[in-house]
Design a protein around this ligand. Structure first.
Ligand SMILES: Cc1cc2nc3c(=O)[nH]c(=O)nc-3n(C[C@H](O)[C@H](O)[C@H](O)COP(=O)(O)OP(=O)(O)OC[C@H]3O[C@@H](n4cnc5c(N)ncnc54)[C@H](O)[C@@H]3O)c2cc1C
Length: 421
């Protein structure tokens, strides 16, 4: 009998878990061990806003995430709709400007199969009474909504364990390569052996990559979200995930502005903030987020809160949902704040596939879309590792090897906007 190939997946976020699942679904000839410092799905994946959409300005992303949505729907068909929640509640991009493009793209001036564009003032007023009366455009993405990523990941884990996957808890301290394969040293003193290694460490991707002599062109940016109760029932419980498509400077009082100007640490509050503030009904309250940070940070396991973030977001949100002004002045409690890293490449495409090192694969840099793209990322990484069958046409654009192909990079970088929220 031939020995099964052993594969160690380093990191059990949604990317690692989905890779394990699709490896074992596609082959009976592999032994998979999934390693994580903590319980699976507990780091970035647990911070996800759990939204999904098939609309992206980059056609590659559209096809990649579209495939992931199809895979999730197929899983619900096989395992039942109660296996994990996936609700097609839609996305609404809104703007105070009729002609403003969403995501820097220009193709949403009229409705099509994927989206509905509403600009008629009477219809806007009737359908969206909670929006500011001077909102001029709502672009509804139809194949979009929310999903339960913990339940999805738990399903993938359960199924993988049934097919023999082993989970090993422990922090990876070193990965050594020799002629006979890899040795993975854990903080417990345990050493795991494997023929192939998958780097799926989320924000710590380069920390692990460094252990095998690799480095990826990624940055980590800390993003924050919070949930507050909605005692005045301002946000309808069936409101789609609503995103403000306009950049804005915040409407501080003259006194506040003067104070922020006088203290260097508050200068950021006076900047022009980007488009993309988002809000949705959640857990009986409302969840708000705004990717206002764009710097590169060294990731840490315990992240810190950003002072004034809830006030900033509520002020920004009251620009398009004016009733929220009330919460800006009297913030409902309890406020649940949390944060996690967007680990991303400059062009905001993920890194999935073989690396320069023989038998080392990567699945990561899933930025703010890893929940919705997790299944397609796992399927693709498994396809690369097994080397059976034809890979999807988007595979080459997502593989790290793209950086060695100037033509491909030119094509990728020619897309307007990266679709990040
Ligand atoms: C605030 C926020 C909101 C988001 N909202 C959405 C959304 O609405 N929709 C969406 O699709 N996506 C969203 N995302 C993005 C999504 O959550 C991520 O892209 C996805 O979770 C990344 O998964 P991952 O498996 O790559 O990383 P992770 O979930 O971070 O998994 C990596 C794992 O590696 C482990 N690890 C790292 N180093 C080591 C080591 N040395 N030893 C052992 N284990 C190690 C970690 O413990 C971790 O469990 C959001 C992200 C954030 C931060």
């Amino acid at each position: 009998m031939t020995k099964k190939k052993s594969i160690a997946i380093c990191g059990a976020g949604i990317a690692g878990v989905a890779t394990a699942f699709y490896l074992l679904q596609q082959s009976g000839d592999v032994e998979v061990v999934l390693i994580d410092k903590n319980q699976p799905l507990g780091f970035t994946t647990s911070k996800s806003g759990e939204n999904f959409r098939d609309y992206w300005p980059q056609p590659i992303m559209q096809r990649f995430v579209g495939r992931s949505i199809d895979l999730m729907q197929a899983l619900r068909k096989t395992h039942g709709v109660t296996s994990f929640e996936m609700v097609f509640s839609g996305y609404n991009f809104i703007s105070h400007h009729k002609g403003a493009p969403i995501f820097g793209s220009t193709d949403e001036s009229s409705s099509n199969d994927n989206m509905k564009v509403t600009t008629d003032p009477m219809t806007l007023k009737k359908q969206y009474p909670y929006l500011d009366g001077s909102i001029k455009k709502v672009v509804t993405i139809k194949k979009a909504g929310r999903l339960d990523v913990h339940a999805l990941g738990s399903l993938l884990l359960r199924e993988s364990k049934q097919k023999g996957m082993r989970f090993q808890q422990g922090e990876i301290l070193a990965i050594k390569q020799s002629a006979s394969g890899f040795e993975i040293m854990l903080d417990s003193g345990n050493v795991l052996k494997a023929d192939q290694v998958v780097l799926a460490a989320g924000p710590f991707l380069n920390h692990l990559a460094d252990m095998v002599g690799l480095h990826f062109p990624i940055i980590n940016t800390l993003q924050h979200k919070f949930i507050i109760p909605d005692p005045k029932e301002i946000i309808p419980t069936d409101m789609p995930f609503t995103i403000y498509g306009d950049a804005q400077a915040l409407d501080w009082s003259a006194e506040e502005a003067k104070f922020f100007k006088s203290e260097k640490k508050y200068h950021w509050l006076l900047q022009r903030f980007p488009a993309g503030l988002h809000i949705k009904p959640d857990s009986g309250g409302i969840k708000l987020g705004w990717a206002i940070q764009n710097g590169d940070e060294i990731p840490v396991w315990e992240t810190t809160k950003l002072d004034f973030f809830p006030q900033v977001v509520l002020k920004g949100a009251s620009k398009f949902i004016p009733a929220l002004r009330e919460y800006e002045e009297h913030m409902p409690s309890p406020l649940i704040a949390y944060s996690g890293y967007y680990t991303r490449t400059k062009e905001n495409l993920p890194l999935i596939g073989p690396t320069e090192k023989q038998d080392v694969f990567v699945v990561g840099a899933l930025a703010g879309y890893g929940t919705m793209a997790g299944c397609a990322a796992g399927e693709l990484c498994a396809g690369h590792i097994l080397g059976q069958g034809k890979l999807p046409e988007y595979a080459a654009y997502l593989a790290p090897e793209r950086y060695t192909d100037p033509e491909m990079m030119k094509l990728i970088e020619s897309t307007l906007g990266d679709g990040q929220l």
